[in-house]
Design a protein around this ligand. Structure first.
Ligand code: LRH
Ligand code: MN
Length: 385
């Protein structure tokens, strides 16, 4: 619970955009390239800097390795800082190398586990050079058929590898452990739900916390309740914001279920704990990528603004009195408030645009990068590149 005014709290909101959200992305069916797409991580940072310029609320960028690998990490860090950005969470990639078909840190073969662990240890060093303070870990590890592997054996291998990584974790870094119900594994995913991640974090140590990706739950899951529970345990490390109608659709946050997003921010705004890392994790397969990211930041700002307007005293009184609908209405009143003027005022106060989407369209930025970068590459780059 903050004693800041909604305006003050909103002006302190910081959202992390994903480098891979600016690059090519698609489904198993196709990757459609967009004119003006960034050709390397430096241009992905340029697009992120434009989102920060327009919204004033997106000062950091999450990176993915090796998708964002460069020879000179110092030059990458400097390029980010020149754009008014800092490097956010480092995301190791243990889901594309053919060696990881049957798993990475859970793989039956010790040599493959060694290779996976070495990549995680390398990412600790990469983060140090980039000034990043978080390792954001997602493992595609899982099986497709009963009997394919020993589920307990995989668990022990996972804990052994992560134990080595946690022991090497620099003081200023934390581990964020993401879970996902399924895909690419379709029988058993080794980190399938919040409980599975929480148990791992509790075994590792205080600087290991759970990351909640909004697209990683079974249909009907009450995500805001998971947020409340993990927050109460002091183990809510961060979010991957996006939205879905069916599975891990990675659509624009707030575009399918804005009320759920509002309820998640009600839990965050009502918590004694500071707001955790707020990262967007989306794939803009058909929509304009830079505008999609700008709209996503605006949707998160508005959800938080509405949550900050909840009359907490009225809510608490209704809940204490068992007045069910008075409690519900206390949330509805805030949710139904038009917070666009408040958010516009806060953005203007930060030197950003009152209406970032309109400002982007009027800026000619997309036309400029399309001119500079050319229409599309000969061959689709595939995810994140
Ligand atoms: C997995 C995931 C993970 C990222 C990837 C791009 O579905 O959410 O967070 O590494 O998307
Ligand atoms: Mn994610």
């Amino acid at each position: 619970m903050t004693d800041l005014t909604p305006e003050q709290a909103l002006s302190r909101l910081e959202i992390e955009t994903p480098s891979w959200g600016y690059g090519d992305s698609g489904t198993r069916f196709a990757t459609f390239q967009q004119p003006g797409r960034p050709r390397d991580v430096f241009e992905r940072l340029d697009d992120a800097a434009e989102v920060q310029r327009l919204t004033g609320t997106a000062p950091s960028v999450a990176l993915h390795f090796p998708w964002d690998q460069v020879d000179d990490l110092g030059a990458l860090r400097a390029h980010a800082e020149q754009g008014g950005l800092r490097i956010g969470a480092v995301n190791p990639n243990l889901f594309q190398d053919p060696d990881y078909k049957l798993g990475s840190i859970t793989h039956p073969d010790a040599g493959v586990r060694r290779k996976a662990t070495d990549h995680l240890l390398e990412c600790l060093k990469i983060a140090e050079e980039l000034g990043s303070t978080a390792q954001s870990l997602w493992f595609a590890d899982g099986t497709n058929y009963p009997g394919q592997d020993d589920l307990v054996g995989r668990r022990r291998r996972l804990l052994e590898c992560l134990g080595e990584v946690y022991a090497a974790l620099p003081e200023d870094q934390e581990l964020l452990v993401e879970y996902k119900l399924f895909e690419p594994a379709f029988y058993a995913t080794d980190l399938a739900d919040w409980g599975s991640s929480l148990l791992v974090c509790q075994k590792l140590g205080e600087r290991a916390r759970v990351l909640v990706d909004l697209g990683h739950h079974a249909q009907g899951t009450n995500v805001e309740q998971i947020v409340a529970l993990l927050g109460e345990e002091g183990r809510l490390g961060g979010f991957h914001f996006n939205n879905r109608k069916y599975a891990d659709d990675d659509l624009i946050v707030g575009s399918v279920n804005p009320f759920e997003l509002f309820l998640i921010f009600c839990e965050l705004a009502g918590s004694e704990h500071p707001i955790p890392r707020l990262t967007i994790d989306q794939a803009h397969n058909v929509e304009a990528k830079v505008e999609a990211m700008v709209l996503s930041v605006v949707n998160i700002q508005e959800a938080y603004a509405k949550a900050l307007l909840v009359d907490r005293d009225a809510l608490a009184a209704a809940q204490a009195a068992g007045d069910v609908l008075a409690g519900h209405s206390a949330l509805l009143d805030a949710y139904r408030t038009d917070v666009r003027p408040l958010c516009a005022k806060v953005r203007a106060g930060l030197g950003a645009a009152e209406d970032p989407v309109a400002a982007l369209r009027a800026s000619g930025y997309v036309e400029k990068i399309t001119e500079e970068r050319g229409a599309t590459a000969a061959v689709a780059g595939g995810w994140g590149r």
